[in-house]
Design a binder for this molecule. Structure first.
Ligand code: ASP
Length: 283
C-alpha cells in the first residue's frame, strides 16, 4: 500500500509515468517479500539472476537487463540502458559492467538471497516437485513485481522486475525483460506488465498481444486482457497482468487463484486485492 501511494503521490506532484513506475518497482525490489531485487527466487545452483525492463509509451523507447547478479536495483539499470545506451537489452556480465560504468549501486550476490527463497529451492529440488515454478502455499506467492501508470499528460509507462522462476537453469531469461512479452507501453493503446509462466508469456508475446487487440479490434482493455489470457491458457500457461489504457482505465487480470495487486484509478482511492474472485480493476 505504501508503495502504491508513493507512486500515486509522485504522479500527483507532476512526475512522469516513467518516473512513477521506476519508483514503485525500485521500492518493490528493495522489499524482500517480493521476487525481485532482494528476495529474488533462486536458480538451480542456488544463485540469483534477475531480469527487468522499462518502457516509455510516449515514444516506445525501452530498456532491459537480463540475468544480472550484482545490480542492486535492476530496474534502474534497465532505465539506464534505455537512456544512455544505443541498445534495448543488455545481459549478464556486459550488463553488470555497463551498470558499474553508470555508477549504479552494486550489492553482493548474498544480499539478494533470503532464507525463505532457500527453503523454496530446497522444496523444489525434492524428487516429487515440479522442475519449474513450484506452486507455493500462498496465492500470488511467485512475486514478480510490475507497475503501470498514466501521468497527467496522458503518457503511459510500464516496468517489470523479477528473479524469474525458482529452480530455473542458470542463464534462463523469462518474459519480463523481453519487450512485448512481459512488458509493453504505447500511449496510443496501453501499458502492460505481466507475471506468471514466463515461457508461455514469451510464446504468446502477451503484452504486445493486448496492445494489438486494442489497436486492431473494438475490444476494450478488459476484453483484450481476458482474450490474451485465454490464449495463454490454451497453451497451458497461468499468470496475470496489470494494465492501464490511454484513457486511464485500469485492469488487473489473472487466471491463477490469486495475485497481489493494487491500484489507484480516477476516483483516487487505493485498492488492494489478493484473490481471483475479488473485483479486479475498473473499466
Ligand atoms: N514471469 C516471470 C518469469 O518467467 C516469473 C513470474 O512472474 O513469476 O521470469
Amino acid at each position: 500500500m505504501d508503495i502504491l501511494v508513493a507512486g500515486y503521490q509522485a504522479l500527483q506532484r507532476g512526475a512522469g509515468s516513467l518516473d512513477a513506475v521506476e519508483l514503485a518497482v525500485r521500492l518493490l525490489e528493495d522489499d524482500a517479500l517480493f521476487n525481485a531485487g532482494r528476495g529474488s527466487v533462486l536458480t538451480a545452483c542456488g544463485t540469483v539472476e534477475m531480469d527487468a525492463a522499462i518502457m516509455d509509451g510516449k515514444n516506445r523507447r525501452a530498456g532491459a537487463v537480463a540475468a544480472v547478479t550484482t545490480i542492486k536495483n535492476p530496474i534502474g539499470a534497465a532505465r539506464a540502458v534505455m537512456e544512455t545506451s544505443p541498445h534495448v537489452l543488455l545481459a549478464g556480465s556486459g550488463a553488470e559492467t555497463f551498470a558499474a560504468e553508470q555508477g549504479l549501486e552494486k550489492a553482493d550476490p548474498g544480499y539478494f538471497i533470503t532464507p525463505r527463497r532457500e527453503e523454496q529451492l530446497r522444496k523444489a529440488r525434492m524428487p516429487t516437485a515440479l522442475p519449474l515454478n513450484p506452486k507455493e502455499d500462498q496465492p500470488g506467492a511467485v512475486g514478480t513485481v510490475g507497475a503501470v501508470a498514466r501521468d497527467m499528460k496522458g503518457h503511459l509507462a510500464a516496468a517489470t522486475s523479477t528473479g524469474g522462476m525458482t529452480n530455473k537453469l542458470p542463464g534462463r531469461v523469462g518474459d519480463s525483460p523481453l519487450i512485448g512479452s512481459g512488458t509493453w507501453a504505447d500511449d496510443e493503446t496501453c501499458a502492460v506488465s505481466c507475471t506468471g509462466d514466463g515461457e508461455l508469456f514469451i510464446r504468446t508475446v502477451f503484452a504486445h498481444e493486448v496492445h494489438t487487440l486494442l489497436r486492431f479490434t473494438d475490444m476494450d482493455l478488459r476484453q483484450a486482457c481476458k482474450t490474451a489470457l485465454k490464449q495463454l491458457e490454451t497453451l497451458g500457461g497461468s499468470g496475470g497482468c496489470i494494465a492501464v489504457d490511454a484513457r486511464g482505465n485500469v485492469v488487473l487480470a489473472l487466471n491463477t487463484p490469486g495475485m497481489y495487486r493494487a491500484w489507484i484509478g480516477m476516483d483516487g482511492i487505493p485498492y488492494v486485492r489478493i484473490f481471483a474472485d475479488e473485483d479486479s480493476g475498473v473499466v
